[in-house]
Design a protein around this ligand. Sequence first.
Ligand code: F0G
Length: 357
Amino acid sequence: SRQWRGVLREYADRLDISAATPIITLGEGGTPLIPAPALSARTGAKIWIKYEGMNPTGSFKDRGMTMAVSKAMEDGAKAIICASTGNTSASAAAYAAHAGITAAVLVPEGKIAMGKLSQAIAHNGQLLQVQGNFDDCLDIARDLAANYPVHLVNSVNNDRIEGQKTAAFEVVEVLEDAPDFHFLPVGNAGNYTAYFRGYSEELARGATTKLPRMFGFQAAGSAPIVLGKRVEHPETIASAIRIGNPASWEPALVARETSNGYFGAISDEKILEAYRILSAEVGIFVEPASAISVAGLLERAEAGQVPAGATIVLTVTGHGLKDPQWALRTADGSDVKPTIVAVDTAEVASVLGLAKA
Ligand code: F0G
């Protein structure tokens, strides 16, 4: 028996690492690709969910962070820095803790989910809440990395994209080819770019017969790529993708062009509807930003753009426990009220609607 060794060791032949690279890993990657019959029934396509919430810190960021922190250590870095809407900060703090170095993380004040904030603090990150949005945080992080001895681990660092491309390798291993479509959330468009790179490499080495059409989705209030212009004041309840000026905008446009892909915008209401469908009908709990993959699928199906029988992979990027408050609200916006019962079997049976056998 052996356990999964993390993406750097599993894919050492396809990443720029050497014997001199210290491997900083928490066992990331190797996440399940789960069939979603309820979504297949709704759309007529074959739907698979790549459940990235199963990574060590609960998001896909760990794939890029193992690479970025390992390479930073190889370069002798003593401190890393990132801007984040929450997941990158959680991942950076965890991998820095494991490596024995410092992580400074800049997050927009009051705009990141409680689970992610707790992680950054638990892993001893130097957490600063900046009185601005994510885009302001990234500007400062880039400035600091250019002028001070700190190593930037945002996805503008190519090592992050390199690590994240391994998710495409895993999909190809399971399906034994690329899917026809790949749907995913878009914030900085780093992950969209990374999957495209991974699939392109698989095609180049003959492991697949095609590129998937890359379909990326932004929240309607934070949709710069869809609008074709920077959004100064991005808004959405999907705090992970509340980004107005994506760092990987240019490569994402190339990926869309080359793969005959698509970028769409989805309302917060539709995101939350998909969030409920995914948890209640498929059994997969994600944070709202991740549910946009499902919302995008349902929107495209409704628009008649999902061919019957197509193989479609949806990446869901972060775990539902990161930001669970949304599960405690009903579709009409009221709070879910737990039912309280006495210590009484007959009463519990009656409330559950059970008739005696
Ligand atoms: N989904 C989740 C859960 C995320 O945390 C992010 C990005 C994305 C999707 C979008 O990925 O930026 O590569 O297009 N979160 C970053 C962060 C910005 O700081 O955690 P992207």
